[in-house]
Write a protein that binds this ligand. Structure first.
Ligand code: GLY
Length: 412
C-alpha cells in the first residue's frame, strides 16, 4: 500500500468516512498503536470498536517482563519481547510528547523470589536459562532480597534481581494512545464489526452492527481474544486465538505505609504465578490467575482468595491495605504463546493479535511492525517468525466462511 500525505484532523465534520486505507478492527492497545503508527505514516486510518481504549489493558498490571517471564522453548518470542522492551523508553517519551499524558512508565526493576526449596530450584533454572540467553539477572540470597524489599516475608529463600524488567500503567497507555490516534486524524467508528467483507479472494472491509459498510484497503484484525470470532473470515485464515482469563486485584498503599514495595515482586507459589506491581501513585496491582474458561470474566471468591493467599505469603503486610478493585480480563492466547502479525493468506487482511501475556510489553514493536507491513506488504525481519501464515492450513480460495457467533455476541 502506498502512503498518502493528505493532512487530517481529529475534528471530522459530517458523517465519518466509510473508506480508509487501513481499517483496524479492535481499539485496544494493539489496535490503537497500529492505527497511530499507520496514521503517522500518512495512511488514512479508521478504528472500529464500540469502546476504544478498553479491552485487556484495563485489567493488565503492566509488567514489562521480558526477562522474568522467559520460558523454555520461547527463545524466538524472547527476541521480540526484548526488542520491544528496548523501545519502551523512546516510545513512552514520544507518546507523552504527542499527548501531554504521562504513561506511568517506571524503570523500577523486578525481584523474582523463592519461598521454598522447590521454588528456589525453579528460579535457579530460570537464572541459568536467562544467562544462556544473554540476559542480565543477579542471584540474591534471602537476606539480600529483604534488604532490597524489607516488606518481604522472612522465609524468602533467595531471588533473582532483574533491573531491566520495568513497568507501565496500561490504563494510562490506552488513554494516551486514544488521544494520539485522535490527534493523528484516526477516525473512530464506535460500533461492533459484524462481518468481514470478502470480494473474490480479497478482504474489502467490514460491515458494522448498524449495517454501515466500511471499506478498507487493508483490514487489520486486532480484536484481542475476540479476533477468532469475526464472521466472514475464511477458516484457514481465522486466527487461532482463545481467551485466557486473568483475575487481578488492585490495592492502595496509604501514604503512611509508603514505601511499601519499590519494585515489582513476583513468585511462583504452588505452581501459580503471583506478582505485585507498585505504582508511584500508591496503587498496588496483584495478579494474576490464568484460567481456561472460555468467555467467562466473573471475579470469583476462589480467584481473589488464591491471589491474596499467595501475595500474603510473599508480603504479609498486604492484608492491611485497602482492597480497591477486583477485575478479570481475557488474554488473547495463541498456540505457541506468540503474536500473529502482518499479512494473512487472504489479500487485504492483516492480523495483530495473539499477544497472550505480552500485549503491553509488545505494544511498541507491534506498532512499528504493523506500520511497516501496512506500507510495504512485508513483515520486517525481526517479525517474520510471527507471520500468521505459520498456522494457516487452507488457501483462502478453497476456504469457506465459518458459522461463528458474531463478535458482538461475545461480550455482554
Ligand atoms: N504478563 C502477565 C500476565 O499475563 O498475567
Amino acid at each position: 500500500m502506498h502512503s498518502r500525505t493528505t493532512p487530517r484532523t481529529a475534528e471530522v465534520s459530517g458523517p465519518p468516512r466509510t473508506t480508509a486505507d487501513v481499517l483496524v478492527v479492535g481499539g485496544g492497545i494493539i489496535g490503537l498503536v497500529t492505527a497511530w503508527r499507520a496514521a503517522q505514516r500518512g495512511l488514512a486510518t479508521a478504528v472500529v470498536d464500540p469502546a476504544p481504549g478498553g479491552g485487556a489493558a484495563q485489567v493488565a498490571a503492566g509488567m514489562l517482563a521480558a526477562v522474568t517471564e522467559l520460558h523454555y522453548g520461547e527463545q524466538t518470542l524472547l527476541g521480540l519481547n526484548v526488542a520491544s522492551a528496548e523501545r519502551y523508553p523512546a516510545f513512552a517519551a514520544e507518546l507523552t510528547e504527542a499527548t501531554g499524558q504521562d504513561l506511568g512508565y517506571r524503570a523500577c526493576g523486578t525481584l523474582a523470589v523463592a519461598l521454598d526449596a522447590d521454588d528456589r530450584a525453579h528460579l535457579r533454572e530460570l537464572h541459568a536459562l536467562q544467562r544462556q540467553s544473554g540476559l542480565t539477572s543477579e542471584w540474591l540470597t534471602g537476606r539480600e532480597c529483604r534488604r532490597l524489599e524489607p516488606m518481604l516475608a522472612p522465609g524468602v529463600r533467595g531471588g533473582l534481581r532483574v533491573d531491566g524488567d520495568h513497568q507501565v500503567d496500561p490504563r494510562r497507555l490506552a488513554a494516551a494512545l486514544l488521544v494520539a490516534c485522535e490527534r493523528a486524524g484516526v477516525v473512530f467508528h464506535r460500533d461492533w464489526a459484524e462481518r468481514l467483507s470478502v470480494v473474490g479472494s480479497r478482504a474489502t472491509g467490514v460491515v458494522l452492527a448498524d449495517g454501515t459498510e466500511l471499506s478498507g484497503g487493508v483490514t487489520v484484525l486486532a480484536a484481542g481474544s475476540l479476533s477468532g470470532r469475526l464472521a466472514g473470515v475464511p477458516e484457514g485464515v481465522l486466527p487461532p486465538v482463545r481467551p485466557v482469563k486473568g483475575q487481578v486485584l488492585r490495592l492502595t498503599v496509604p501514604r503512611s505505609h509508603a514505601p511499601f514495595l519499590s519494585r515489582t515482586v513476583r513468585a511462583v507459589v504452588r505452581g501459580s504465578h503471583v506478582y505485585l506491581v507498585p505504582r508511584e501513585n500508591g496503587e498496588l496491582v496483584v495478579g494474576a490467575t490464568s484460567e481456561e474458561l472460555g468467555w467467562d470474566t466473573t471475579v470469583t471468591a476462589g480467584g481473589v482468595y488464591e491471589l491474596l493467599r499467595d501475595a500474603h505469603e510473599l508480603v504479609p503486610g498486604i492484608t492491611e491495605l485497602p482492597l480497591t478493585e477486583t477485575r478479570a480480563g481475557l488474554r488473547p492466547g495463541s498456540p505457541d504463546n506468540a503474536p500473529l502479525l502482518g499479512p494473512t493468506a487472504l489479500d487485504g487482511l492483516h492480523l495483530a493479535t495473539g499477544h497472550y501475556r505480552n500485549g503491553v510489553l509488545l505494544t511498541p514493536i507491534t506498532g512499528d511492525v504493523m506500520a511497516h507491513a501496512l506500507e510495504t506488504g512485508e513483515l520486517p525481519a525481526e517479525a517474520r517468525p510471527f507471520t500468521p501464515r505459520r498456522f494457516g492450513t487452507l488457501s483462502p480460495a478453497t476456504a469457506t466462511a465459518p458459522a461463528t457467533p458474531r463478535l458482538s455476541e461475545q461480550l455482554a
